[in-house]
Design a protein around this ligand. Structure first.
Ligand SMILES: C[S@@+](CC[C@H](N)C(=O)[O-])C[C@H]1O[C@@H](n2cnc3c(N)ncnc32)[C@H](O)[C@@H]1O
Length: 319
């Protein structure tokens, strides 16, 4: 549970009420089928710690609903969703937007940058532009462009004191020989000691230190089995990284464009509470199957339950 939820200053998340409307739920979260904007409008203000999402990329009518998700969709619809996201976030909450404009004619599309400016105008702070680098990008041959190997994960926050826990995502330092030599020469890496040898100093920082990660997230695109044939899943490492960096156990995480529920998988694995919304029923149904496979409940805890069948006994706990 987030700080604000703990102190009771902000409304707790209404998991039980949502579980009754859900396609299915677990003790940690609820999965809803519906329109993102419509659902978000029903949720209480200042009740979510982190929103992580990857909306449909522009101009790519591939989800079967006929929508082409072009600039008009972003300007006319998506920016209404982000307004709701701002309202839903707790004061220390963040919004991570995974997005990449496609190329348009001879140029890289600019919508990704325009969205940053539009969200700032809505009152968000633009905290960071994490780059998701794909070591093995999808193949392609383009006349004057190379293979597209990056996407952005823009982090926005509601206020300057956003929750931030880099110690929850430390990674082993990978120093090369040059780095090691440079570090050996730095005076701050030694402790003054009174040693009989008379040397008077001892290495303080030795060995494979754990270090804060950088803003470059090197993660392969999603290659694992995809029974849903969903065309644009992100790898679970992406939401997992942001859940570790920006939330603690029990915090509430929301993904309004859930696809196959990758954010829900990350939240289940890390013990965060979650709510996901997806408007295409076939994808939404796949989330339940996926959770059973990719985030099975610890022994003794109940797994996903259908919203209609399980109103008693397995409701998520009210915070
Ligand atoms: C890029 S995909 C998300 C993929 C997801 N991150 C995953 O790993 O599976 C975007 C999703 O948004 C859904 N979507 C599109 N319009 C929506 C709307 N108005 N409300 C809710 N979901 C919507 C699409 O069906 C699609 O599954």
């Amino acid at each position: 549970m987030g700080d604000a939820g703990r102190s009771g200053k902000h409304p707790p998340f209404p998991f039980r009420a949502l579980a009754r409307r859900s396609l299915f739920h677990t003790p940690l979260g609820v999965s809803l089928v519906g329109d993102a904007l419509g659902v978000l409008r029903t949720l209480p203000s200042s009740s979510v710690d982190l929103v992580v999402t990857s909306p449909p990329y522009d101009g790519q009518p591939k989800y079967g609903d006929g929508e082409s998700y072009d600039r008009r969709w972003y300007e006319g619809y998506f920016l209404k969703v982000t307004r709701e996201v701002h309202r839903l976030l707790r004061p220390r909450g963040s919004f991570v937007l995974n997005y990449r404009s496609k190329r348009s004619g001879h140029e890289r599309g600019t919508l990704q940058y325009e969205l940053v400016l539009a969200l700032r105008a809505q009152g968000f702070l633009f905290c960071e532009d994490f780059v998701w680098g794909k070591p093995s990008p999808p193949p392609g041959k383009f006349r004057r462009f190379l293979k597209d190997a990056v996407e952005y994960c823009f982090q926005f926050a509601k206020g300057p004191d956003w929750q931030f826990y880099p110690e929850q995502c430390l990674s082993p330092a990978r120093w090369d020989a040059k780095d090691r030599a440079r570090r050996r020469a730095l005076p701050q890496n030694y402790l003054r000691v009174d040693e009989p040898s008379g040397q008077g100093r001892r290495r303080a920082l030795a060995g494979p230190d754990m270090v804060r990660p950088s803003t470059l997230l090197l993660v392969e695109p999603e290659f694992s089995r995809n029974p849903t044939e969903h065309p644009a899943r992100f790898p679970v490492d992406i939401p997992e990284f942001f859940l570790r960096l920006l939330t603690r156990s029990g915090d509430v995480v929301l993904d309004p464009f859930a696809g196959t529920g990758t954010t829900a998988v990350a939240a289940e694995r890390l013990g965060r509470r979650w709510i996901v919304v997806e408007n295409e029923a076939s994808y939404a149904r796949a989330i339940e199957r996926r959770l059973r496979l990719d985030a099975p409940p610890p022994t003794g805890r109940k797994g996903p339950r259908s919203g209609a069948r399980s109103r008693r006994g397995t409701d998520p706990p009210e915070p």
